[in-house]
Design a protein. Structure first.
Lengths: 328, 236
């Protein structure tokens, strides 16, 4: 593995100062993405700022009912947190559906948000990839694109799907990302954090150089709601989603008062589906309603050579999740 | 650090008699061209061969007396860390890019922990850090200063095999054996974790990060379930 300079920070301010907003500097949290990609020489940091000593491992309920999660809370700790289990079942389930026990023990909340795509043409270091080598093209568009390529939010430059399960749950719940930069702190709406590839797939998120994620704040839970994460994949464990859905429903008898729906595996970013939510709101629950609503999410879908199946599969992920959650 | 500086560094051992750090005879000369090739070739097999040339890890204390301390500063570009591995304290001098797995295997010669994929995909390198199972291939040694590590070599206590080792033997829970150390370390961790369920399905799910290409999964699950009873006393 390549050499790099190393600095250890004890506070977010120190971490940001050590970073210096320089290109080719990476923050190191759990390292499960970063070190993997440094070994592959896909990421080539000249300097690594270790933030494992930064105390960002608290989960606290705010007075307004929201839940504030430190960026260094591990995926395991977040999934097992009693408040998350009770109030945000969809998030706990999504986390436990991701990766393996060992990886979840190491991976962090901030790091999960920052994880990179699993497109093999990105990871191989030699194929045309606009994300890795802007302007070189996208080998996935004419290549093998069955598993980790999206049908929503893609562009002529990049069709990689966003790999996170956790982020899909957070997109459905609604959240704010708190970041610290050289000029202080700011908040980014979770829906605005990940960027669609467009013409600039190398730019993946709204962070400015040198900014560090410090917290994610979840919206207060919908009172009396039920939620769940359904992940469909080639293998039943330890595999990325082909299609997944995060659904939160608040019922009024057999009528849906409120619904929140997001999808994974099918989008170039964690994919909230407001058109599905609007179609469900105020309607009596039924399979037909679910199917009609789910269809709306894919009206603008673009299928590539091998991933067209994700359009019906994604709809089924929504329908089955809604059916399970609204069953008496 | 430029290429010349990199190639001048090597594997070093602390000499307690002279209180100095000596280049080890195993220092590998390495031309910049060869190193650049190895750096850019992202193949785990090559990374194994390249480890001594690209990442340096050496004992600060004597290998024969692992608790030996030295006041001599680490060589330029290295950092001194203390790891408590299987109950023994070790001082190591490492470049920041030394992976924990390589520090254990190359630095401490604890080769029970295996390097499989080297990318967190197979679980062969699973160890416990402060009691938690992680992939040691995806962790920098320098980030573990002061931490407690348990490897497969630390399972045995007072000449007695750990219940999970006995269970793997009894249930023939391996074929080639390459994944076994990682399987057992994951098994010990999940058997001690009250948040993980006790059914076969729960065990399979919790163990899915440990791949066995021989396909001994059925016997591995049987071994873990049989060890569950013997570990009630918290023997780990």
């Amino acid at each position: 593995m390549r050499h790099f300079d190393y600095a250890r920070a004890d506070s977010a301010q120190q971490a940001v100062a050590a970073h210096g907003s320089e290109r080719d500097v990476s923050f190191l949290a759990g390292g499960t993405t970063l070190l993997d990609l440094v070994k592959l020489d896909i990421m080539q940091p000249q300097k690594i700022v270790d933030i494992n000593g930064v105390a960002l491992d608290e989960i606290e309920r705010l007075d307004d009912g929201r839940l504030r999660i430190g960026a260094m809370v591990t995926n395991t700790a977040l999934a097992r947190n009693q408040r998350v289990v009770d109030d945000y079942a969809v998030l706990s389930q999504a986390l436990l559906a991701g990766a393996s026990t060992q990886l979840r023990n190491k991976a962090t909340t901030g790091g999960n948000i920052m994880q990179r795509v699993r497109c093999p043409y990105f990871r191989d270091g030699v194929s045309d990839c606009n994300k890795r080598e802007p302007g070189s093209g996208c080998a996935a568009i004419g290549g093998v694109n069955r598993t980790v390529h999206a049908v929503l939010g893609t562009s002529d430059s990049c069709i990689a799907s966003h790999p996170s399960d956790m982020c899909v749950a957070m997109a459905a719940i609604g959240a704010t990302v708190e970041v610290q930069g050289p000029d202080g702190t700011r908040e980014i709406d979770f829906g605005d954090f990940h960027l669609l590839p467009g013409d600039t797939p190398a730019r993946e998120h709204a962070l400015e150089p040198g900014e560090l994620i410090t917290h994610v704040v979840l919206e207060a839970p919908l009172e009396g709601s039920r939620s769940g994460y359904l992940k469909l994949r080639d293998r039943q464990s330890y595999q990325f989603a082909l299609a997944s859905s995060a659904v939160i429903v608040q019922m009024d008898g057999s009528t849906i008062r409120e619904a929140r729906v997001a999808m994974g595996g099918v989008g170039a970013k964690p994919w909230r589906a407001p058109e599905v939510e609007a179609a469900l709101k105020g309607k009596p629950a039924s399979e037909k309603l679910f199917a009609d609503a789910a269809k709306l999410a894919f009206e603008n879908a673009i299928a590539y050579a091998h991933n067209g199946y994700k359009i019906p599969l994604g709809q089924q992920a929504i329908v089955r999740n809604l059916s399970d959650l609204t069953a008496a | 650090m430029d290429d010349n500086q990199r190639s001048s560094a090597g594997v070093e051992l602390y000499d307690p008699e002279n209180n100095s750090i000596q280049p080890s005879s195993s220092t590998m000369p390495s031309s910049p061209a060869r190193r650049r090739f190895l750096q850019t070739a992202g193949i785990s097999g090559l990374a194994v061969a390249a480890a001594p040339a690209l990442s340096q890890v050496s004992y600060a204390g004597s290998p024969d007396q692992p608790a030996t301390q030295t006041d001599a500063p680490p060589a330029e570009g290295k950092r001194r860390i203390t790891l408590t591995v299987n109950g023994k304290r070790h001082q190591l001098d490492v470049t920041p890019n030394v992976i924990l797995l390589d520090a254990l295997r190359h630095g401490l010669k604890l080769t029970g922990t295996k390097k499989g994929c080297d990318h967190g995909q197979c679980g062969a390198c699973t160890i416990l850090v402060n009691g938690t199972a992680i992939n040691s291939c995806l962790s920098l040694a320098v980030t573990h200063d002061g931490e407690e590590i348990t490897t497969v070599e630390g399972l045995e206590k007072n000449g007695q095999q750990h219940p999970i080792q006995q269970a793997f033997l009894k249930h023939d829970a391996y074929q080639c054996g390459y994944c076994t150390a990682g399987q057992m370390m994951s098994a010990v961790a999940i058997l001690q974790d009250e948040s993980i369920g006790k059914s076969d399905a729960d065990v399979r799910e919790a163990m899915s990060g440990n791949i066995c290409r021989c396909g001994a999964y059925k016997n591995i699950v049987a071994a873990i379930q049989s060890a569950r009873g013997s570990m009630q006393g918290g023997n780990a």
